[in-house]
Design a protein around this ligand. Sequence first.
Ligand code: CA
Ligand code: CA
Length: 277
Amino acid sequence: MRTSIALAALSLGLLVVPAASAARTYSDPAGDSGAAPDITSVAVSHDDAGWVSMAVTTNQPVLSPDASFWGFIDADRDVSTGLPLNGLGVDEMFIGDGTGALLAHIDNELFQIALSSTLTTSYANGVFTARFNRSEIGTSDRFAFAVESELDDANGDEIATDDAPDTAPGYEYSFVPLALTVGPAVGSPKAPVSGKRFVVSSVVARSDEQPFTTGVATCSARVGKVVLKPVATAGNGTVRCAMKVPKRMAGKTLRGTVTVSAEDSAVAKQTFVFRVR
Ligand SMILES: [Ca+2]
Ligand SMILES: [Ca+2]
């Protein structure tokens, strides 16, 4: 049954929806919004046609009529261009409440509301979603951004807000997959010693120049033909492989491989070779 529906959809050309890629989720603490919608996460993705989706999860299943959301986009990641706000140089900003939305382009002193734009917004089950085409933000392959929820009183004056993120300079999203570079392996101690613990670590750099704080690591190692059981960890700018060197291995060669990935990156690899003392 499922197959025939899929075939029917295919024959109608309905399966050409491009897959979302480079999805990233950013978090914001709960309980920091007063009466405004409490933002807890922001998920951003884009598809092959350049449609960007920004989904802001809050604690309000139904949005208060006096609440709305701001989006601040630093399209060129340059604080000196656009409107200085929350540590960003905001080149595009929007406001929406799920029923309507406005987008403005900021160019030097010029603040220009886009009378027609690709931006649409919706609100369902506690999630505010802004959708716009990448063409709105120029040609850059990544951008920095922040969002804010706002609750107004009957006069339209702001009562409460929630900024996500809480601190400058915003979140960062990339249209190209993240790439990781793993530096040379360094031993601690410098060379493995029979019967002792040994840790190999490599510096990990991200292509988006953000600090490498977390990732998925694997590690394998052997001394001669003896397979070890190393433990891999990733974070704080490095990937590490910790192991216990078996006894009576002096003079033998310890070899291994460490791999690491993060978010939508491919798996990056580094090999290591040490002579056991
Ligand atoms: Ca929050
Ligand atoms: Ca800017």
